[in-house]
Ligand binder design. Sequence first.
Ligand SMILES: [Zn+2]
Ligand SMILES: [Zn+2]
Length: 269
Amino acid sequence: MNNDDPMKVSVLSSGSSGNVTYIETNQHKVLLDAGLSGKKIKNLMDQINRDLNDVDLLFVSHEHTDHAKAVGILARKYPSINVYANQETWDAMAPHIGDFPETQKNLFLPNTTQLFGDLDVESFSVSHDAANAQFYNFHHQGKSFVVLTDTGYVSERIAGIIKNANAYVMECNHDIEMLRYGDYTWDTKQRIMSDRGHLSNEDGAKAMMDIIGEQTDNIFIGHRSHHNNMKSLAHLTVSSILDEHDFGLGDAFNLLDTDVEQVSGLITL
Ligand SMILES: [Zn+2]
Ligand SMILES: [Zn+2]
């Protein structure tokens, strides 16, 4: 293992209104999702001293605006960015991404691994109300980084695939009580709570307990809802569940907060 060449990641923005994550290795500068305006993404990249002109890979999880808003804009403005999504996601994005440069369009089938020099990227299907949502596990020099948001539940299959990564972004979308008593329509509440919706704070914590391993150092609490959650509440709920089960919080690993349009700073894996 070459320790001079670590993978670095920064959660540039995470929440129900905009998701962008940055990953880099020696050979690649990568974005996962582009769910804000191009201008805002550029601004967030500036904050970690990185340049969109250097980005060569963009992986898209699914077509929802909070993940795909700037996919077309970034591809047209930065010809070096190769964009990857599965066919159903491409089809669902098509009406919203304008005239997309064909040469930058690439397929990434669900539940497959593609090799990009020093970076292996593994896709896995999730259960969400989109055309065919998939998230990704990034592998580099024996270390791995997983983003898992926008899923109604975490199956044993998914848990098996993403177990014992070095870092995670894990969805903690809503507090069940805030959602239940909040002002969303009954239909929307049902959709969010369904098997094809989003993980609650409790669900997120339970999923963490299934996947945390000896290698795990950092877990970002991700994709928090503006309406049905609060940063402090999500953090408290997750940390108390992990503490109750003796998960060595703060000792074995860190639990980190995220926010929309607030960069996490680059962490080294
Ligand atoms: Zn989302
Ligand atoms: Zn979604």
